[in-house]
Design a protein around this ligand. Structure first.
Ligand SMILES: *Cc1c(COP(=O)(O)O)cnc(C)c1O
Length: 368
């Protein structure tokens, strides 16, 4: 891939806030899912590839050998089709009657979530489809009663369809010891045994790490491709993809007893050196890390003091020698993991990624 460093923010030569996205790590993480699961690996690229950018992520995955993608929304499938003309694209949202013309026009494969989805999509020429069986998530997919009808009347209900995938989704794959994992796997196996044979898929990133009896014929990792740790209680097998840094715009000495930022919510307990950094909630940092989180400056932890504002955040760098204006502070990346930032933000790694903004200058590391 000949992809030079690029940015989608207006470039003026000075980049106070920067978002680096390592495409080679996305490719490595995808391959790692194959090694771990021993089965075929798709790429889940919904929500702008978890905030990393649909185009660069999908093209990277395709070049790594990925030929099957999942998106949530119809629009996401339409956008992806022009990027990966040959690939299989599954649309998780289903086949509402209004969606059918676009699904057909863009050769998208719907994931059918109900008996009415099946009826909507059935037709002459037997269009390809996935069927989603709910095994305990109680969110999308055929519930138990509809599955019973499908099993009893499978000849009739499936006659107008070419089922290319039977799938389900785990509720607790991030917790390896959770009893729901086995319960859902066994319900899925039972359902598969009662339906005409088709390739099967159960596991998202967490499921990939549950072991090969969760792998079936296709795994569907999302968060792991983008460097998240699908099971935060275990070491992360995946490489870091996203790095968010801001430059120190100003340093100041502050006397003991002074307050910092909006609401004067932090009072310094000693004479301190504070660094004001060009990143704020408009760059994707959560306001919840105010007075709670930390950044990495020159490889050392600097606590966040005061509230996060739209454009700025303040660090206590008193204990870090030789900090200067223009130095970088990392809030997410090699020193501060997605999971650490998410914990300090009171949210999940998923929400951190999908909240990344387009103000910070994006740099896509060339694949080779
Ligand atoms: C989002 C999603 C995935 C990917 O999940 P991760 O936890 O990000 O790996 C897989 N399957 C379905 C049905 C999803 O909605």
């Amino acid at each position: 891939m000949d992809r030079t460093e690029s940015t989608d923010a207006v470039s003026s030569g000075f980049e106070a806030a920067r978002l680096d996205i390592r495409l080679s790590a996305i490719a490595d993480n995808w391959r790692e899912c194959g090694r771990i699961s021993g089965t075929a690996v798709s790429g889940v690229v919904k929500a702008d590839a978890y905030g990393t950018g649909l185009g660069p992520a999908a093209q990277t995955l395709e070049e790594a050998g990925c030929d099957t993608f999942f998106v949530a929304r119809l629009d996401e499938g339409v956008a992806l089709r022009s990027l990966v003309p040959e690939a299989r694209i599954f649309v998780l949202d289903g086949a509402a009657p209004e969606a059918i013309p676009a699904l057909l026009a863009h050769r998208l494969t719907p994931v059918l979530n109900s008996l009415s989805d099946l009826a909507n999509w059935s037709g002459p020429g037997r269009p390809d489809a996935a069927i989603h069986i709910d095994t305990g998530m109680n969110r999308l997919g055929l519930p138990t009663d509809e599955l019973a009808v499908l099993v009893a009347e499978s000849k009739k209900r499936l006659s107008g369809l070419n089922v290319v995938l039977l799938m389900s989704h785990l509720a607790c794959a991030d917790e390896p010891d959770h009893e729901m994992n086995k319960v859902q796997r066994d319900r899925f196996r039972t359902a598969l045994a009662k339906l005409p044979p088709a390739p099967a898929s159960l596991s998202s990133s967490g499921g990939v790490l549950l072991g090969r009896d969760y792998a079936f014929d296709l795994v569907r990792p999302g968060i792991g491709l983008y460097g998240g740790n699908p099971q935060p209680s275990q070491p992360n097998p995946f490489r870091t993809v996203v790095r968010l840094t801001g430059k120190i715009l100003q340093l100041r000495r502050v006397d003991c007893g002074q307050t910092v930022g909006y609401g004067a919510s932090y009072r310094v307990g000693r004479n301190s050196t504070l660094a004001t950094v060009a990143l704020g909630y408009a760059d994707g940092l959560m306001r919840a890390i105010g007075n709670r989180g930390k950044a990495s400056v020159a490889g050392k932890r600097a606590p966040i003091v005061g509230r996060v504002s739209m454009d700025l955040i303040t660090l206590d760098v008193t204990d870090i020698p030789r900090v200067k204006v223009g130095d970088d502070a990392e809030f997410l990346g090699d020193d501060i993991s997605l999971e650490e930032l998410a914990a300090d933000s009171g949210t999940a790694a998923y929400e951190i990624l999908t909240s990344l903004s387009h103000r910070a200058h994006r740099h896509y590391e060339a694949l080779r």
